[in-house]
Design a protein around this ligand. Sequence first.
Ligand SMILES: CC(C)(COP(=O)(O)OP(=O)(O)OC[C@H]1O[C@@H](n2cnc3c(N)ncnc32)[C@H](O)[C@@H]1OP(=O)(O)O)[C@@H](O)C(=O)NCCC(=O)NCCS
Length: 173
Amino acid sequence: MEEGAATPAAQSRLAVRRGERGDAGRICEIYNEGIDDRLATFETEHRSAKDIEAWFDAGLPLATVERDGRLVAYAVAHPYRARPCYAGVREFSVYVAREARGTGAGKAALEGLIELAKADGAWKLLSRIFPENAASLALCRKLGFRVVGTYERHGKLDGKWRDCVIVEKLIDA
Ligand SMILES: CC(C)(COP(=O)(O)OP(=O)(O)OC[C@H]1O[C@@H](n2cnc3c(N)ncnc32)[C@H](O)[C@@H]1OP(=O)(O)O)[C@@H](O)C(=O)NCCC(=O)NCCS
């Protein structure tokens, strides 16, 4: 009962907004937690705030989510390929601070990103997700992403082969 009552209250305090350059430090902290968890990305090296600032310099669509004024999640879309025919295809990632996972922040961030990406002329979002990443797959399913298929042995993380599930969503319909 208490849990059920707590969830809507927690969600009602979520505020979604476009990310700003001044958010780079906090976004970097959240991304680095995700890198350390070894469940979200092939990356193993921590990023710096400067790396994140480059995303703002490039004008990437980036949505943030705050709870009680603290940034707890972000979602960002990178170009998929440089070829002009793929200009509207973007590859997204979404990261929630460890302490805020499972409370609706990831969903809010990705919904915010879909709106920003649409406004930026994107027609499709896609991502590659480790099959073990149940939370990410559940989030994408919830927001209407389609599983395209699975890349086998797509890369090595800490010396171990990992598969990747590809998901996509047409966002301009
Ligand atoms: C994956 C991630 C972004 C999901 O965000 P989140 O805030 O934890 O998820 P939400 O609370 O918004 O939940 C979205 C949906 O997924 C489901 N879900 C969340 N965590 C889950 C889990 N561990 N297992 C199964 N389902 C889960 C929720 O139940 C919800 O569905 P519902 O509305 O039907 O209940 C977040 O857990 C995270 O940052 N993980 C580490 C980084 C990462 O893996 N990023 C994705 C790679 S790009």
